[in-house]
Ligand binder design. Sequence first.
Ligand code: FES
Length: 105
Amino acid sequence: MVTLTVLNGTVQHVFQVPAGSNLRRVLLDHDLSPYATLTQRANCGGRGLCATCGVWLGDAPEPTHWHDKLANQFGYPRLSCQITLEQDLTVRLIPEKWIWGGRRK
Ligand code: FES
């Protein structure tokens, strides 16, 4: 099991989840959507194509997906659908995003 901490505005959620879980799936299963209102339904379903499932990560694992590598390189939110939980992780949702979320300042 790994500990997943999710920061949603000023509210913190802490979960114990099986190692190997997909971050996007865990967030959705706990009603903590990584999507903006506009992309709740209009997304690629976790296939790594739409880039709308971005979240900010604490000690982030190395990206393996090409788009996630670019997001990491250029300071954009990481794709939650491409994150496998292998270690404890802190995630911050981005409630202010319209579609993709902005670049880290
Ligand atoms: S859900 Fe489309 S890229 Fe993650």
